[in-house]
Design a binder for this molecule. Structure first.
Ligand code: NAP
Length: 484
């Protein structure tokens, strides 16, 4: 007989580990984290490209209940964040709840047994409650470029870095100029023969101000945890204040001035500078913070190509103006499948339709967390929970608190299933859309991965994190249908 769990969690990244920890602290035993890879860490395991680091300050990009006094830099490198997650999982006693190599291939709500029937690569399972914590930055987006599959050299995505492929002396094409490319380009440019950077849209770039955190500061944070908490609170408050730059599309003037001054200081060549100057409002796409990206593009080995890509041939990339550039390596810095995440095809609700079928390309959830028609399902970092101004760990923790309160409510009332009322979900989405209207994310004059194919911004939360936390700080039974 298939195993039965109280809670099954999909994914052992920041969200899934956080859920396991929260449930353990609540005394919910009978929990398993299903992880398809052979290690934990999620996006911080998968993204190991050179230069990979967090673009949110370290003190804030960590769980509030597990501050780390030992970050080596103000913006921690990937390896440290990954190691941090491993340490926290051990220290909190949830490491042994993770089942590695278990790929969830489908999960369907069974209305008669009132539980989730979960099919995995290692066999079936049942769970009363399903927490999907696969993360929005999980599945690499591979662009449909004519001829890409015919390329005879080495091609890979930045989230699947080929460490076995030495880039020394290579002729490399990099496609994409988002947050990932901005981190790995300055690292690889030092060793390649040539680097053709295919830029579709120039990003806004602000200096990061990354610095080493000295031994003394680390010792002090270690011995006086209140100090680190104060530093975290200070960074948090500054980030929250930054939100008001985005509220209206025209508010980011100061940030634009800083970014343009930074660009002038980094790039002397007016022709290159013109290519790198955005023509949309700052914040419309995710702002990139980097101290070395712009300067790295002035390296004579780099050509910034803005004509677009016509096709890929076995040994070259052909730009839209017909220029053929010979390369032996292509690196796709083309981002992730955020609004069409594959997990949505696998989760099937009460009426037999998958999340993807219900969403029709435009993800929607009540409070970004629960979905009408999908009882006992909780999405961590679900629709409209992304941020352009602060740490998503804050959003994750707000959702974990909500999950905890929802399960406590079920225990108290004896409910076997809860799902949000369509009217409550609609009211929430209306509130999100109202807040979003006129913001830089919808009216900033750019195309971004925040927008879904219907043109709706179903990725970001258009408010402060304080407002989101406040809204999720109570589980309101009136917003739910409960089955006893
Ligand atoms: P991204 O921000 O989605 O950037 C993808 C890039 O690829 C964009 O420049 C995009 O151009 C380009 N692109 C996509 N399809 C293309 C095509 N068919 N032809 C040409 N260009 C194409 O992806 P990312 O850089 O991997 O970053 C994703 C997200 O990960 C970030 O926004 C951030 O949230 C997160 N991230 C975070 C950190 C961190 O430090 N915390 C670091 C790295 C990444 P357009 O702009 O024209 O669409």
């Amino acid at each position: 007989m298939a195993e039965h769990l109280r809670v099954a969690i999909i994914g052992a990244g920041f969200g899934g580990l956080g859920a396991a920890i929260r449930l353990k602290r609540d005394g919910v035993t009978d929990v398993a984290v299903l992880e398809r890879a052979d290690d934990l860490g999620g996006t911080w395991r998968d993204n190991s490209y050179p230069g990979c680091a967090c673009d949110v300050p370290s003190h804030l990009y960590s769980y509030s209940f597990a501050l780390n006094p030992n970050w080596s830099r103000s913006y921690s490198p990937q390896a440290e964040i990954w190691a941090y997650l491993r340490r926290v999982a051990e220290a909190e006693g949830v490491a042994d709840r993770i089942r590695y190599g278990v790929d969830v291939t489908a999960a369907a709500w069974n209305e008669s047994t009132r539980r989730w029937d979960i099919a995995t690569s290692t066999g079936p399972l049942h769970a009363d409650v399903l927490v999907s914590a696969t993360g929005p930055l999980c599945e690499p987006a591979i662009p449909k470029l004519p001829g890409l599959e015919s390329f005879a050299g080495t091609a890979f995505h930045s989230a699947r870095w080929r460490h076995d492929h030495d880039l020394t002396g290579r002729r490399v094409a990099v496609i994409g100029t988002g947050a990932s490319a901005a981190q790995f380009v300055p690292e690889i440019v030092k060793r390649v023969e040539s680097l053709d950077l295919y830029q579709r849209t120039p990003p806004w770039i602000l200096p990061r101000g990354d610095r080493a955190l000295g031994e003394r500061a680390r010792r002090l944070y270690g011995s006086v945890p209140g100090l680190q908490r104060a530093a975290r609170t200070g960074i948090y408050a500054m980030r929250e204040a930054f939100f008001y730059n985005f509220r209206a599309a025209k508010r980011g003037r100061l940030a634009e001035k800083v970014a343009l001054r930074f660009l002038r200081s980094q790039v002397r060549d007016p022709e290159l500078r013109a290519k790198l100057t955005p023509d949309y409002a700052v914040g419309c796409k995710r702002i990139i913070v980097s101290d070395d990206y712009l300067r790295s593009l002035t390296n004579p080995a780099v050509s910034v190509v803005t004509q677009g890509i016509q096709e890929i041939r076995p040994d070259s990339v052909v730009a839209a103006d017909g220029t053929v550039r010979a390369v032996d390596t292509i690196i796709l810095g083309t981002g992730f499948r955020v609004t069409d995440m594959p997990i949505a095809e696998k989760l099937v609700g009460r009426d037999g339709r998958s999340l993807a079928e219900v969403w029709q390309g435009s993800p929607q959830a009540h409070l970004g967390t629960t979905v009408s028609g999908f009882p006992n399902l909780f999405l961590i970092l679900g629709p409209n929970t992304g941020l352009g101004h602060n740490s998503v760990v804050i959003m994750i923790e707000a959702q974990l608190g909500y999950l905890s309160r929802a399960l406590a409510h079920m225990r108290r009332t004896g409910a076997s299933a809860i799902e949000p009322l369509p009217s409550a979900q609609r009211a929430w989405l209306d509130e999100v859309d109202r807040k979003m209207a006129g913001s830089v994310w919808t009216a900033g004059g750019c195309q971004s991965w925040y927008l879904d194919p219907t043109g709706r911004n179903s990725t970001l939360w258009p408010g402060t994190t304080l407002a989101f936390r406040r809204r999720l700080s109570r589980f309101r039974p009136s917003e739910y249908e409960a089955l006893i």
